[in-house]
Ligand binder design. Sequence first.
Ligand code: FAD
Length: 543
Amino acid sequence: MDLKEELGKTIRGEVSDDEAARAAYAHDASLFEIRPQAVVAPKGVEDVRNLVAFASAHAQEGVSLTARSAGTDMSGAAIGDSIIVDFSKHFGRIEEVGAGYAVTEPGVYYRDFEKETLKTGQLLPTYPASREICTVGGMAANNSGGEKSLRYGKTADFVEGLKAVLSDGKEYALGPLDKTALEGKMAQEDFEGGIYRETYRLIEDHYDAIRAAKPDVSKNSAGYALWDVWDRKTFDLTKLFVGSQGTLGLITSIRYRLIRPEAHSKLLVIFLRDMGRLPEIINAVLARAPESFESYDDHTLKFAIRYFRDILRQMKGENLFSFAWQFLPEAGMLLSGGFPKQVLLAEFTGASEAAVDAKIRSAMDALAPLKLNMRATRTEAEARKYWVVRRESFNLLRKHFKKLRTAPFIDDFCVKPEQLPKFLPELYAILDRYHLRLTLVGHMGDANFHIIPLMDLGDPKTPDIIRSLSKEVYDLVFRYGGSMTGEHNDGLVRGPYLERMYGKEIYGLFRKVKAIFDPAGIFNPHKKAEATTEYAMAHLKKA
Ligand SMILES: Cc1cc2nc3c(=O)[nH]c(=O)nc-3n(C[C@H](O)[C@H](O)[C@H](O)COP(=O)(O)OP(=O)(O)OC[C@H]3O[C@@H](n4cnc5c(N)ncnc54)[C@H](O)[C@@H]3O)c2cc1C
């Protein structure tokens, strides 16, 4: 079959199979590389439906569909070996912004979405650190989270409904149903009725085990969120779809709940030299209900000082001189040898500046006995500097090391903040044995950490290091009852650990979910519950 020709007859949107397109879509922001056969950009829902029908008809020949929006996925879930379906080209319309909600197509960049919602004084507060480069569709498919998740939760908490094309090639609206509406759906003698009946049966038959399997942490993107679908009052398939990484169907529209952000905010910045004081600091800060509580380590700060022109580029409107001036305190610490091990950013918000100041004063008073080096930001530009360093750390690393590559594979685990005093020393003991160059940034308030080592992917020892370090770190996380991914999701890189994290029974249910929605295996194969270490390692980037 001439795939390009067949696809050209199937959809109105663009189809390419030239080397340049295949190479451009062979990567996302992960460690992996997979060259697709073709890349398509559907123009409208009919194209998406036709693509699904085409893939179903040719599933036996290995045809599958991997959805892609902005391609910033760090788990390897936005790449595939058959057809890449690019939603960023023609699914970029915000359909409506209303009071408390917005309806949008999945290919809208978050930065553009936010501009529109802020015009009405509203915000989708679950944006990730990649907010300038990712889309709202990728956020839903990954169940992304970010700096404000501490207060507001993750993307799943904001999806009120969505539309998706399922494996029968039809578009369906998914959303919360009460018992009567659920019974109506289950009585349908069609594909949709079957999906509802089988999912309902699966959950009812394992109800207690499923509820017990929900990780006891504030953030989790691992597996399929079966525990949130049915509480015997409301049945909501969006909970399963959000975070499913395009493995159950293709999202064509999302209705997001929006919030009204507080008018004022300031940062309390704590330069921490002694990690032993962390528990007391976390307790004191969390007790004052910050909107976010983030951190980055000494390596990140050193990179930021070294490459501060890159940071400046993100600081729209700031001039070089005044910006360099703002880094003086940090540069001074570097020279005097009093460099912090971690920089903690606690953001306090309120309806007035006085209310914010009062919260910051209260936190500083509580922390005073610990004799910490800390300061409250005075201006927005000053606060922005810290945010840009926090958000840009991964990008800085990706850009500036030619031989060494950023290697996200232990990039997103989550435990409970109160476990950190015991957990962190055990984690560092593992990391120290590997002597890797790495940065550690994180959502301190959620105990959700992003560790990014820099590695030489051409070194034959690298795959073994990735395998054994992943196993050691994830075993530690699982011993603490944590999740291996708070927000970045499973993809190729963590899918193989799902059985270890959840056990045989729940892992088996994840595989059944996949079989219910996608019996022919046309949606994003080899990801999440279908992932294997062998497949992942065979597709590691070579350099
Ligand atoms: C510098 C950097 C920082 C990051 N920080 C964070 C962070 O703080 N928090 C966080 O959660 N993530 C973070 N990420 C990961 C990533 O940016 C987010 O998960 C983001 O939401 C993905 O959006 P995207 O548009 O790039 O999606 P893509 O990478 O295109 O896709 C992501 C997943 O969604 C699926 N998908 C895309 N579109 C659809 C669709 N229409 N229907 C069905 N499935 C679809 C894809 O198949 C894939 O599985 C970061 C990445 C980078 C590079």
